[in-house]
Design a binder for this molecule. Structure first.
Ligand code: NAP
Length: 541
């Protein structure tokens, strides 16, 4: 039976754990308490489970552990079975280091089992109408359990509930749109009599699933970005081997549970949580994986593509999002939108507003409106309903951002607000007059920081906005249609928003970047296109 060896390994390896864990309370796997062994405080907070480990040890080491009351335990989904591996990965809150849950830790063996299961699944294709029905049922389940999804996202990613609830709602839309794509997946008729060579023939194309999809997702949208990989793959008729971010596997496994509940047959979605390099190597090296869809940082993404030269490798990567504010824009509206979109989820969205260029006559008036709005944001516990800005994902990232602030300051930049800690959290930070080659001006900060600078001409503003290796989304606020259209043509980005923050995304949009930001477009219609191949059929009449 599938996974027998893993089960056996888990059974033998799990015994010592069980002794140490003691009696686990409750039967519900989704939400069972870890009993007092995992409910500790102060220095005693280290779980007394020998082989529970966190492969991001460094990322959470600074936190003092608080009393945990409940924690989630999840197994891996391989070939339709929920499997232990005998080894566990801890998930801790980026806010206070408390234990959120633990997940069975897989590696290359589990990844191979997952690919085998996906291969078996694809040997028995599911008709489009059934795939669509499964996706529709998943969308309904996402809606029904949206609060649980939002709580899970918030707990493991440190995302404020306001933003986590939006992510859950968006995931419902992602599944709904993917169901539409499953229903309309079709090829084209080729006009064969358009050339003498085609006379007497009829030809058309079929859209065939490309094969098994290997999906790698980041921590910052741990539910909806998994949905953006899994839902179109299923719509296209592809089985999936998913490796979620190690910091946030619980959301991905919850999504897998909903897929199973929606009736997805065994093997169509397999989830392996474990060391990135080990699982990644299997996805790169196993020839049965036809396509890798990766969302994450540029360095990792481009390296993967280099290593998987014979596969389709779709990359959704970072950005250093610019926005141009014309003097003719509605400054109150702009200030409100940009304060929200530079700092929501502590700036950890790939299209978080990072660089704001304001036409010089409006610069002071803009700052008078913008800075107080930034200072009014509520910084704190992500589980609280009124929090706007929570933690960044790790102490390393927090310290890196502080170093970048210091670098800008030492080169003449002024910190208009923030630039320091509020307890353990970074305060929303606005930096003025940073040199254009300072890190905060051209690299991806991925934190609660934005820069502001004046410009004198649209040419200059466009050049400043383009002065980065990234090209995901950019924005312009202006009432001048000509200026807006010029910017749309000349900004070297995958998307340009006009009179809306470039952080805007609706899930059916073609979303993706140019330059270092990637090489593809997501959004179910566009991802399905990537995940299928055209097969030509020619009939001699
Ligand atoms: P990351 O460190 O690159 O990790 C992304 C994923 O890649 C994780 O699952 C990670 O696993 C895995 N990974 C790391 N090294 C790997 C390797 N050698 N082989 C295979 N997989 C590997 O990125 P992140 O910090 O999670 O996410 C933030 C980045 O994602 C930012 O740059 C952001 O802009 C970008 N992003 C882009 C988009 C977009 O749509 N364009 C959307 C969201 C985020 P582990 O967690 O186990 O290390």
């Amino acid at each position: 039976m599938l996974g027998e060896s893993l089960q056996a390994r888990a059974a033998s390896a799990a015994e010592p754990d069980r002794e140490q864990i003691g009696d686990l309370r409750g039967e519900d796997e989704r939400l069972r308490a870890f009993a007092d062994d995992l409910v500790c405080d102060g220095d005693a907070a280290r779980p007394r489970v020998a082989n529970v480990r966190n492969i991001h040890g460094a990322k959470v080491s600074h936190y003092t552990h608080r009393v945990a009351t409940t924690a989630i335990e999840r197994k891996l989904l391989l070939g339709g079975e929920w499997l232990e591996t005998g080894d566990w990965l801890e998930v801790r809150s980026p806010y206070d280091g408390s234990l959120v849950g633990r997940v069975a830790r897989g590696g290359s063996a589990e990844a191979q089992v997952a690919v085998d299961a996906a291969e078996r699944a694809m040997a028995e294709p599911i008709p489009a109408h059934e795939r669509a029905a499964i996706l529709d049922r998943t969308a309904r389940l996402v809606d029904e359990r949206s609060e649980e999804i939002a709580r899970t996202i918030s707990a493991e990613a440190g995302k404020p509930m306001k933003a986590a609830r939006i992510e859950a709602a968006r995931a419902q839309s992602t599944f709904t749109m993917a169901a539409v794509e499953a229903r309309k997946l079709a090829g084209d008729v080729v006009p064969m009599d358009a050339s003498p060579a085609g006379a007497g023939k009829v030809a058309f194309t079929l859209r065939m699933p490309i094969g098994i999809v290997g999906a790698i997702s980041p921590f910052n949208f741990p539910f909806n970005l998994v949905a953006h990989k899994v839902a179109p793959a299923l719509a296209a008729g592809c089985a999936v081997v998913l490796k979620p971010a190690s910091q946030t596997p619980l959301s991905a496994l919850l999504l897998a549970e909903l897929e199973t509940e929606a009736g997805l047959p065994a093997g169509w979605l397999n989830v392996v949580v474990g060391p990135a390099a080990e699982v990644g190597d299997v996805l790169v090296e196993d020839e049965r994986i036809a396509l890798i869809t990766f969302t994450g940082s540029s360095g990792v993404g481009w390296k993967l593509r280099e290593r998987a030269a014979r596969k389709r490798v779709n990359l959704e990567l970072g950005n250093a999002t610019p926005v141009i504010v014309g003097a003719d824009a509605d400054l109150d509206d702009v200030a409100t939108r940009l304060a929200a979109n530079a700092f929501s989820f502590a700036g950890q969205s790939c299209i978080s507003v990072q660089r704001i260029y304001v036409e010089r006559p409006a610069y002071d008036a803009f700052l008078e409106r913008f800075v107080p709005r930034v200072e009014a944001l509520v910084v704190g516990d992500p589980s609280a309903d009124d929090t706007d800005v929570g933690p960044v994902i790790s102490r390393d990232d927090r310290d890196r951002i502080l170093e970048w602030v210091d670098e800008a300051r030492s080169r003449g930049a002024r910190i208009l607000t923030g630039g320091e800690l509020d307890g353990e959290l970074l305060r929303p930070t606005v930096v003025a007059d940073a040199p254009s080659d300072a890190k905060v001006s051209c690299e991806e900060v991925f934190g609660p920081l934005c820069t502001v600078a004046p410009y004198d001409s649209l040419d200059e503003a466009i050049a400043l906005a383009n002065g980065t290796r990234y090209g995901l989304q950019a924005g312009i606020f202006t009432s001048d249609v000509k200026a807006a259209l010029r910017a749309a043509h000349e900004l070297e980005f995958g998307g340009v928003t006009v009179n809306e923050a470039p952080t805007f995304r609706a899930d059916q949009m073609p979303y993706g970047g140019v330059k270092d930001s990637g090489n593809t477009r997501e959004g179910p219609a566009y991802a399905v296109r990537e995940m299928t191949e055209e097969r030509l059929v020619v009939l001699q009449l």
